[in-house]
Design a protein around this ligand. Sequence first.
Ligand code: HEC
Length: 160
Amino acid sequence: MKSIILACLILSSVFASPPEEFDRDKYEIGEQVFDNKCSSCHVKSMDIQVLMSNFIEHDNKVLNLLAPTGNEISFRLKSQIGSKDDIEFQIDEVTDFVKDYLINPDKAKTVCLEGVVKHFDTMPSMEGKVTEQEMEDVTFFLYFLEGWNGINKYYEKDEF
Ligand code: HEC
């Protein structure tokens, strides 16, 4: 019995740990960029069921959000761009997308659901308002915001 409990504990700690590409310092620096430069429009994280009900059933009139939330963007970036099989490469591809979107936003390039993005005007360009480094750090934060256990307080379960 003891060994079963021990095996479970070891297994759960293995599954709970973030991938090796994760860098807590970079994530926290990126989170500060998000808090300073993105959070006036983007809420960081909200329950997906609540969000879907707001957008699909209530025409965004329950939450009156100004933009997709960070966790929605995080989920969509990882599912629409590249492959999670190669995290390092996917982070590069996602960074290219976000950098381009921040400077040249255009809803035709959206990774978000049509039923979500139709509630918003195109994002204003952030040209001159964010540095290269800030764009890289905030993308790193967005990439890991949703989906890996143990990285942040919003997600307790491993969603992979
Ligand atoms: C003035 C409000 C505003 C600010 C500030 C803002 N955004 Fe946005 N953002 C929006 C809106 C509105 C959308 C949805 C429409 C769209 O996709 O263009 C959006 C969409 C996005 C998308 C998804 C693009 C897509 O449709 O696939 C990303 C990624 C994004 N923002 C990143 C950021 C980051 C990172 C920052 C901070 C550096 C930021 N935004 C700051 C308003 C804003």
